[in-house]
Design a protein around this ligand. Sequence first.
Ligand code: GDP
Ligand code: MG
Length: 617
Amino acid sequence: FSTSRIRNFSIIAHIDHGKSTLADRLLEATATVAARDMAAQLLDSMDLERERGITIKLQAARVLYRSEVDGEVYILNLIDTPGHVDFSYEVSRSLAACEGALLVVDASQGIEAQTLANVYLALENDLEIIPVLNKIDLPAADPDRVKDEIEETIGLDCSNIVKASAKTGVGINEILESIVKYVPPPPPPTGGPFRALIFDSLFDPYRGVIVFFRVVDGAVKKGDKVRFLASKAEHDVTEVGIMQPNQVPVDCLRTGEVGYMCGSIKDVLDARVGDTITLSSEYKAALAKQKEPKNDEEPITPLPGYAESTPMVFCGIFPVDADQYENLRDALGKLRLNDAAISYEPETSGAMGFGFRCGFLGLLHMDVIRERLEREYDLDLIVTAPSVVYHVEKGEGAKKTVTIVDAPSKMPEILRDMKVMEPYVKVEILTPSEYNGRIMELGQERRGILKDIKYLTPKRSSIVYEIPLAEVITDFFDELKSRTQGYASMEYQLIDYREGDLVRLDVKINYEDAPPLATIVHVDAAQTVGRRLVASLKELIPRQMFKVPIQACVGVKVIASASISPMRKDVLAKCYGGDLSRKKKLLQKQAKGKKRMKAMGKVNVPQEAFMAVIKLN
Ligand code: GDP
Ligand code: MG
């Protein structure tokens, strides 16, 4: 196969517009997957992905397609991408391995926030964008209106737009022909050394690290020794292959192709996403030829990599049962091999015991990892409320020091002579214009700065805010949805750190400090948040045999308080003389209720209470 008959493309879309379903149809139409092996959203192989109906990890698949136009067979490499904000990191990775992108837009919904965000990413990567209107089978579909919307807002030429239904199969062949016709083939080999871009890697317990890559130049085969430029690691290749979408070994992978390799690679850090793979022999030859090597200059030029992903939200994760600490550590280590965007380090706290402070790209990412830990590794966990990262600055000029604070309880109590910098994000919201007013109210409430508001079409608006990330990671998205009856969509990205007038709000339970419940709030909101938090904790913490006072404090000052009245009767009292099995049941029920609790002093605090601060209403 010459590069002229290879096409590498991604499918991009807003969540739920039908990417994965469309990918299924493409696999089916090209008979890549036998009909009996076909399952809906085949590429979403994780249980969690199937249940939630979202794609979390990108997946790649190669299909062979015989064009009806020229009768030639083409290799189409398709990379399915996740659509959610938290995973845009994965999207940008897949795009860098492609020349084209299918932009799928739901013909009954139109352009959403993620549609735009993905288009920007595709344009940054110089991809040819092929627009596809999906779900035209729906009665509510309005392909002509949505086509106009795409032309007007994105400025794409839609004269060849494909109208399709991933459900009924309409338009699938047209899509395949469009890919052959409009996606440019990869550049042919230059005769230079082998170079390949790693776009994903995962750890397989039997075969070690499996590296997924796109060959940019040259070729690699089984038995070669490769060198990863950034990590400087060298490994023997024991297998190269393609994804169909299950892994199938091949002899050799050449310029323009997408595939995987494995060897005796034990550590994912050796083969980091974004790194360039070269051949050891060619590397040595190039090194020998280098006349005057400048400092650190590689003899083979690395491919442009990806931006490192930085965790945006942090939370504490603790096993309910201290015995599970080692298991939790192993599990985090394994997940991290699969998902380089997770960070974690040990954290110990008097109340919570031994656990980890973990960093994530966003709330959904955090939630997905928590669920995978509990499910795939059978752990019972207590997770503390998510927090953003603050930079506490002290001093000026050369003497300036910056302390990174990734947990509210680590924030200094007295901030004299210090500046607290907090992360800001640019939020872009797309909404039917009738909700503009309500969205602006929400933005106002969350310390947002309105930057732009414009009509994309007479009925749809784009609203851009700059908002502290801390305000977005609470219930912002839920509020946005409920105030717009589910019609608005949003997308955000980190812009910078800005000074904020912030204080640490501490919680005391039964007069004892509860550091995992502490939170950072804007001075003006301290009173309200304190009052609501106390009220909410009062509901969430079960009654004890004694009265439990709950206080919210800023420094030594109590700004809100409430107390949980003691239990009136022994729970078992009503069973006196009653039958034993009922008594047992009650005790069992109590034991179960205790499962997700941590003792703060003499009081057991349930999991829900740790999350109370992000769900204040
Ligand atoms: P993704 O989030 O973009 O990957 O979207 P999915 O492929 O998971 O699809 C989201 C939902 O839309 C699923 O319930 C699909 O069954 C449904 N869907 C996808 N394509 C079509 C279509 O062409 N017509 C109809 N009626 N439903 C579709
Ligand atoms: Mg999907």
